[in-house]
Every structure is written in C-alpha cells, then in structure tokens.
Design a protein around this ligand. Structure first.
Ligand code: PEP
Ligand code: MG
Length: 880
C-alpha cells in the first residue's frame, strides 16, 4: 500500500481532491505546490495509516518505515540538508490534518530534529546562536508537552523563573546563553517528570511525534470537537511532515495568518495578522499582540506588514488573488517569511461568521467567481440564526468597561463565569452566561458552547477564542487587555470596577466593546445581503414556507421573515391568557352541558377576535387553524386556589370539583383524551371554534375586500370515521353561520397525519380531507413509542452510543417516521392526486428534514417564525 504522498520535493503526488486520504492540510499543500506556489517540501502520511494504526491495536503497517525513510530522503535532497546532520541539519514540523479542520484540537511539533549536536549545526548554518538555542528550547517545550506529556506549565514556570532571575521581561531579551540554561532546566524537568532523558536521536523524535499526532486523534478534546461537529472517528487524521522554514530568524522574518476577505464581515479586503521575528504558533497563541497585514486600516501605533516587509507583502497580495480564484472561495492562509522569502504553510476555506458567509457568497456571485446557485449553497441555513440574533439597542444607556477586538459579532448579555465548568453549571440552570478567560484553550470548548458570549483579555482575531467562537456563532470579544482577571478570587477588574462571578456584563462582538450590566438589545435588520440571498433562494425553491403562529406578534414576525401563510395555529395556546383560562377550566370541568355552554359562549368572542387579527395580518395568505388539541392535564386547575376559583364560577362545591378533577386526570395524557377525541366527546367546543373561524373570515373578507379562505384542521385523527364525524359537524356550523349572514365562503377542512394508523390508512382518510398536514412531533412520538416529554432523560445517550443517528425529534428519522410520511403522501395522492400536503412538526425548520420533505414531494413546510429564513434557504438548497 502507498502510505506516503510527497509534496514540494521534486514531484507532487497529491492534489486538493484527495482530502479524504491526505486530510485538508495535506491535500491543499500538494495543491499549492501543484500551482507553483512556494511550499516547503514535505510529505503526508495518509489517514489510512491512522485507521490501520487503530485497527491493529496502535501498531503501524510493517512497510511504513521504509516509505517514510524514502520520503525523508527526497525532502533532504530538495532542501540540500540532512536530517540529524551536525553541520547543517534539516528540521521538520509534524502536524495533524484531518479531512475537515479541527482548530486547535490536534497537536503540532515544530523544530523537530534538534539535539545537543544539531543545535550547534543550526548555530553555524544560521549564523545566529540566539535563534538556534531559542528554537531548541521551543522544540523541547513542545515535544515535552505534546509527545511526552509533561505539563505545559512546568516549562512556563522555568521560563518565568529564568526571566525573573535575569530581570528581563520579554522573551526576546534572552540571549543564546540564557536559552542554553533554560534548555538545561527543560531537559532536567523532562527527566524528572518522565523518568527518561529527552530523546536525542532525530529519528526517534520523528516517530514519537507521529505517534503523538495519531494518538491525539482519540484524545478527549478531539472527541468533544468531533461530537459537537458530527465528525466520525473513523475518518482518522493524516500527519504532515514538512521541512521547517523560520519566521524567527531576525527582523526580515515573520509569520502570519490571513484571510482573503474579512471573516467577520465578509468585506472584500485583505485581512490578517502577522508577527515579525516569530514562529508559527505565536500568532494564534495570543502571547504577543499581532500586527495587521495591510496599512490601510492600521492605526499609527501599529506596524503593518505592508510597510515592514513590502516585498513579501506584495507577493502575498498576489497569492491572495491567485488562491481565491483557484479555490473560488475565501481562503485562510498561513505563511512564513524567512529572510524576506515567502513560504506558504497552509490554505483552506476560511471559517466565517454567518454575516460574512452571506456577504462573501453574494459578492462572489456578483463578481462572477461563482454562480447564483453556488452562492445559495455557500450559506449554511442553520447559520442564518446568527443573523437574526439581536444587536445592542443603539439608544440604550450603557457604561463601557473596556474595548477588545470584535472577534465574533452579535450582542450577548449574561452573568460572568470564569471557567468552562461554571458556565455549564449556570447554563444548565437556565442562566445566560458570559465566559471570561485570560485566553481560551481547547479545554474550554464545552464552556464556550454553553455560553452566550466569550470575553478574553489576551489574543488576537485569530486566537483560539476568536476562531472557535466564530465557528460556533457565539459572540466574542478577544484581547480586552485593560481587564485583569483573577481566577483565584473569581473577579475581573477594569477601570475602577471589580466584578464577581455571577455579575452581569454585556458584550458587543461587532465593535469589541464590553459594558457593565445588562444592555437592552433589538432585532437585526433583514435588508441588504440577507434579502438578496432570500430572493435568490425563493427563485429556486419548490417547497412553500409557512409558519407556526398563533399570536399577532408571531404572525407579524413570520411575515417579516417571508412566510407565505400560517401552517399551524395551535388554538390551545390561545387559551392561557388570564382573561380566558378561567372559562377554559370551566368548560372542561363543567358537569352539565348548560354550564359548559356558558363557558364556551364566553370564549367565542375571544376566539373570533384572535382569528380576525390573524386573518388581517396574513392578508389573504392561507391560514390553517387547528381545532383544540390539548393534553387535557395542561388545563386542569392545579392548586387549591385555582380549584376554588373554578368551583365558585361554576356554582359547585369544591369537593365535587376535586372529584371531577381526579376523574379527568389521566395516567398517559399524551395518548389520552386529546385532539379530535375531545372534539368528539364535547362537540360544542369545536362548534364554537368553527363558528369563530367562519365569522372572522367573513368579517375580514368584507373589511379588506380580499377573500379569506380558512383552512380548518382536525388534530390526532386515527380513522376516517373520526374525521367524517367532525367534518360533518363543522360543515353544519359553517352552513348555519352562512345562512345567518346570507353570505358565502370558500373553506378547506383537512386533517393532521400524526398517528401511524392515519398514515397507513391515508388513502381512506384522504376521501374526507381537503389537505393533510403531517404532525411529525406526534408521529415521531407514536411511531417510536417515545414520549415527547420524557425522552430527554435517555435519548441523548442513545445518540451518543450511535443507536440513533440524531435526536428524532429534531431531525426526522427518515427510515421509520419518514417511511410513514412517504406512505401517507403516496396513499393520500392515490386517492386525491391534487391533495395539498404540508408538514407542521418541529422538523419543518430543520434543514436535513427539509431535504427529505423535498424528496417526498410535500407542497410546503411550516415552522416557527424564526426558522422561516432557515427553511427558505434549506428548501432552495434541497431543490438544487
Ligand atoms: C405535531 O404533532 O407534529 C404537531 C405539529 O402538533 P403538536 O406539536 O401541537 O402536537
Ligand atoms: Mg400533534
């Protein structure tokens, strides 16, 4: 088997299409070398080696060593240096690189190949002994912690101690001799911590590093990241071994990270950060504050690369447009300048905020780089959520505490927590939390996920906190250096304020501002790029998009977001208002029909007003109103006080009522007296609702001159007979109202398909239905025999164990529940070819489920108002 693919060393064996085998980094290094860009020579050990390694109890394939030796020899030839040569040693980096990038999750070792002998060679070949010894100590530090497992802070402590003893503040002030002493102490700590001396043989070092990268694939933080991002463990990681180039060999050297466009806003500017005389990880580690690439937006105290290294900068400008045109997407590029010569170390499609994804997609389509269809596929529908999130109310009073970098946009307000654990604790109690750290590391990822926003006091726009927060859509302000964080005391202090854990702060990730307390927020604007993309999406999608809404506010939000109607108005949600709930309880608890009739009569005007408001807002768009479907227990009077209240209103004694309440309470309300069953036992309830709907439709038709066509929906139907009964009764009520008012009305009466029996007998049910709407919440519950309300206690572990691919209440179970939907569609249309079909369960707003609904040929999906834009985009993508 071929386990190794070379790049930049004479011939390139890989290309960008080989991402699965070579990982993203390896494939793109090969691709850059292919298109003639300066890539330091190296080779990629394939992801298949990783799989083989784990399949064989952490043992390598027997022919791997020979292939690595051969590839190493090719790199040596290309560089004109020998690995382990005492005079002019070749040094390499060893990095992980999976199919998709997992920022900061995997381990990297730089400067590999140094030992007591080769360091002298590096002194000679570089002519810079300070640089050589600095590189050596960096290597021991990285290798020691990454490969040998010596705690990182052991090395930090030694360094701090040395600096204090020498009375030097900056690392750069340390001389070659100083670093020699540090190296001695580093080696001593390695010996003490591991019981073995630091490995001197470069080849041993190489195998150790390779093993550490493969080992890191299964470390806890990589596992967490994979879980959060649905990355299968079976993909494995590749290992890239690449000859070192040095950004820390003097003032004509530098290292940097840049984006071909602004990853926060998407603006078409060259965006990036670099550090002079520094090595790779310094930029992202947040230890020194990086400088901007371009002079245009630099402040006077900054030192942009454009001024400091004009030649290399010009070359980077070239690389920027070349790579963007080649990949047709925004690139995230790592580079190093060694003695004014530019090298590229990585390129990949850059992570970006939702706002940036949107702007870049639209701009690139308008620039002609991609098509409109491609632009539609470039924006992940679920990321639109971020754009719909609030921003700070510009009129609100505020006290600014500090300003950091605007690392990930949006506004977030919450209580302070200083550790990932504390964030999770507080968030699990329903608090909004802001994670405040000096800097973040991969150990903090779970806390960042649970937080509303992240604030760091150190690090730049490409620091760990910034990159991860952007990827997750969390608000982030990074590098707010004027804030002092004291983990021990659990406080942060800034400009005279000292805040404790649990105190409120507000972040504006768009400006980098940090405010005291809670600052009110407002809804974002939906014009510009957002409406352009939505327009493009609307022009290609086939599915209609409706919203689940019952309040006027929700209906208005839904329209603002582009809903084409209401697909589900849950009338039981209208019954909880303080002016209504009493009547509702009386209606349910009444013993005789006269008392029930009084309660129902009292509800009629409320319902008529409710429907009138909805019809007005929806202005002629279809509105599907579902007749009452409560799990009865939700309405029963709970405490003693409520019981007394209802008793008084009904003129009955409390004891009778108490008995009635226990008679009505069910052991399994979800499968009990709900849906059309309730309408069948108490026909007067549905009669009142149908009357209210009819009267409201007639009134709004008259008032606006636009015909309102109400769609009346019967819930939880299991048999055609049930639907027939309710339909007949409803038609009689409508006929009565029309007779009273001497008016005419077009209306539809349809049903929800939310029980397996309804799906299986959909051909019969369709005979009596004008439309179907799949209630995939109940259909999931009943098909899987999985309680909607109780599944939370064990379902997550099912997903974790891989027994279910995802939570079936979030993303439809295609094979099972989806099979019932497909059957319902086919049988329904077999009876009535033109039968209108929709879905109104939560799945209506889930992109994966939407692609399934497109596939089975539904007419529309209906989802909560805030998901409407998501559904518009997801259905466009599903149609392409
Ligand atoms: C459903 O069951 O999918 C549905 C939309 O109805 P509800 O969630 O109100 O039961
Ligand atoms: Mg339901």
């Amino acid at each position: 088997t071929k386990w190794i693919y070379s790049f930049g060393a004479g011939h390139n064996e890989g290309n960008a299409g080989m991402r699965n085998l070579l990982g993203g980094k390896g494939a793109n290094l090969a691709e850059m070398a292919n298109i003639g860009l300066p890539v330091p020579p190296g080779f990629t050990i394939t992801t298949e080696v990783c799989s083989a390694f784990y399949d064989n109890g952490r043992a390598y394939p027997s022919d791997l060593e020979a292939q690595i030796d051969a590839a190493m020899a090719a790199v040596e030839d290309a560089m004109g240096l020998r690995f382990g040569d005492a005079n002019a040693p070749l040094l390499v980096s060893v990095r992980s690189g999976a199919r998709v990038s997992m920022p900061g999750m995997m381990d990297t070792v730089l400067n590999l190949g140094l030992n007591d002998e080769t360091v002298e060679g590096l002194v000679r070949s570089s002519g810079d002994s300070r640089f050589a010894w600095d590189s050596y100590r960096r290597f021991i530090q990285m290798y020691g912690s990454v490969v040998l497992g010596v705690p990182h802070h052991r090395f930090e402590d030694i360094l701090e101690h040395a600096k204090r003893a020498l009375d030097k503040e900056d690392d750069t002030a340390l001389t070659a001799e100083d670093w020699q002493d540090v190296v001695k102490d580093y080696k001593a700590i390695v010996l003490r911590e591991t019981g073995t001396p630091f490995p001197e043989k470069p080849k041993d070092q190489l195998w150790g590093a390779i093993g550490a990268v493969f080992g890191s694939w299964m470390n806890p933080r990589a596992n967490t990241y994979r879980k959060l991002h649905d990355i299968p463990a079976s993909w494995g990681t590749a290992v890239n071994v690449q000859s070192m180039v040095f950004g820390n060999m003097g003032s004509d050297c530098a290292t940097g990270v840049c984006f071909t466009r602004d990853p926060s806003t998407g603006e078409n500017i060259f965006y990036g950060e670099y550090l002079i005389n520094a090595q790779g990880e310094d930029v992202v580690a947040g230890i020194r504050t990086p400088q901007p690439m371009s002079a245009e937006r630099a402040t006077p105290d900054q030192n942009p690369m454009e001024k400091a290294l004009p030649e290399a900068y010009k070359e980077m400008l070239n690389v920027r447009s070349l790579l963007e045109r080649h990949y047709k997407d925004m690139q995230d590029i790592e580079f190093t300048v060694q003695s004014n010569k530019l090298y590229l170390l990585q390129t990949r499609n850059g992570k970006r905020t939702a706002a940036a994804a949107l702007r870049i997609a639209i701009d690139m389509a308008q620039e002609g780089l991609i098509t409109q269809e491609e632009a539609i596929t470039r924006v992940p529908p679920s990321s639109l959520d971020q754009l719909l999130h609030p921003i700070l109310d510009p009129k609100a009073e505020r006290t600014q505490l500090a300003r950091g970098l605007p690392a990930s946009p949006g506004a977030a307000t919450g209580v302070i927590a200083f550790s990932a654990e504390d964030v999770e604790d507080r968030a699990s109690k329903g608090e909004d939390v802001i994670l405040v750290r000096i800097e973040t590391s991969p150990e903090d990822v779970h806390g960042m996920h649970a937080a509303r926003g992240v604030l760091t006091t150190r690090g730049g726009m490409t620091s760990h906190a910034a990159v991860v927060a952007r990827g997750m859509g969390r608000v982030c302000v990074a590098g707010a250096g004027s804030i002092t964080v004291d983990y021990k005391a659990q406080t942060m202090s800034v400009s005279g304020h000292t805040l404790k854990a649990g105190d409120w702060i507000t972040l504006d990730g768009g400006t980098g501002a940090v405010y005291l307390g809670r600052v009110p927020t407002i809804a974002p604007s939906l014009s510009g790029d957002f409406s352009t993309l939505m327009g493009w999406a609307d022009s290609v999608r086939r599915l209609g998009i409706r919203a689940n809404a019952e309040t006027p506010e929700d209906a208005e939000t839904a329209r603002r977001f582009g809903a084409e109607g209401i697909g589900l108005c849950r009338t039981e949600h209208m019954f909880f208002g303080p002016d209504r709930i009493g009547h509702v309880r009386q209606m349910i608890m009444a013993e005789d029909s006269a008392a029930r009739a009084r309660a129902i009569d009292a509800l009629l005007p409320f319902q008529r007003d409710d429907f009138t408001a909805l019809f007005r807002i929806m202005a002629g768009l279809p509105v599907t109103i579902r007749l009452l479907d409560p799990p009865l227990h939700e309405f029963l009077p709970h405490g003693e006080a409520e019981l007394k209240e209802v008793a008084a209103a009904l003129g009955q004694d409390v004891e009778t009522l108490r008995a009635r309440r226990s008679a009505l309470s069910e052991s399994n309300p979800m499968l009990g007296h709900r849906g059309c069953r309730l309408g069948i036992s108490h026909p007067e309830i549905y009669a009142m609702q149908v009357r209210a709907i009819t009267e409201a439709a007639l009134a709004v038709s008259k008032e606006t001159g636009k015909q309102v066509i109400p769609e009346i929906m019967i819930p939880l139907v299991g048999t055609k007979a049930e639907l027939d009964l309710v339909r007949k009764a409803s038609e009689a009520v409508i006929a009565n109202v029309l007779e009273e008012q001497k008016a005419e009305l077009t209306y539809l009466i349809g049903t929800m398909i939310e029980l397996p029996r309804a799906a299986i007998t959909a051909d019969q049910i369709a005979e009596s239905a004008d439309f179907f709407s799949f209630g995939t919440n109940d259909l999931t519950q009943t098909a899987l025999g999985l309680s909607r309300d109780d599944a939370g206690s064990f379902l997550p572990s099912y997903v974790e164990k891989g027994l279910l691919p995802q939570d079936p209440f979030i993303s439809i179970d295609r094979e099972g529940v989806g099979g019932l939907v497909r059957m319902g569609v086919e049988k329904g249309r077999a009876t009535k070819p033109g039968l209108k079909l929709g879905i109104c369960g939560e799945h209506g707003g889930d992109p994966l489920s939407i692609s399934f609904f497109e596939e089975v040929g539904l007419d529309y999906v209906s989802c909560s108002p805030f998901r409407v834009p998501v559904a518009r985009l997801a259905s466009a993508q599903a149609a392409l």
